[in-house]
Ligand binder design. Structure first.
Ligand code: AMP
Ligand code: ZN
Length: 112
């Protein structure tokens, strides 16, 4: 995707300090953090959002949650964190490449 911000971060054309990278996904800090710890885990495969996930992506999605678990243990937040994926403009999605927010370090409260 030529015009996709996260594809450009993944391919290095927008230099970004990566917290983690493997063949399937990357993680980097959110540039507008909403909590003391706020990073994004992003598949290298371009999907516009969670609505495009199919059974073919099961391994990728499972792997991303395993990476999230690993990173939360490394960063010492495994006792309390939130994973969010916004899907569509009505849900506040601003970057049209599937990504998972990981937030921690403050009282996150419950959803209403
Ligand atoms: P969403 O609104 O759910 O689509 O989340 C997109 C997130 O990407 C927002 O929290 C932004 O702060 C974040 N973001 C936008 N541009 C960058 C960037 N260049 N590096 C890191 N995070 C970014
Ligand atoms: Zn993309």
């Amino acid at each position: 995707m030529n015009d996709c911000l996260f594809c450009k971060i993944i391919d290095g054309s927008i230099p970004t300090k990566k917290l983690y990278e493997d063949d399937i996904c990357v993680a980097f800090n959110d540039s507008n953090p909403q909590a003391p710890t706020h990073f994004l885990v992003v598949p290298k495969k371009h999907l516009a959002s969670a609505v495009e996930i199919t059974d073919d992506d099961a391994t990728m999605v499972g792997h991303i949650f395993a990476v999230i678990s690993l990173l939360t243990q490394i960063f010492g937040i495994s006792d309390g964190y939130r994973v969010v994926t916004n899907c569509g403009a009505k849900a506040g999605q601003s970057v049209q490449h599937l990504h998972f927010h990981v937030l921690a370090g403050k009282e996150l409260g419950s959803f209403n």
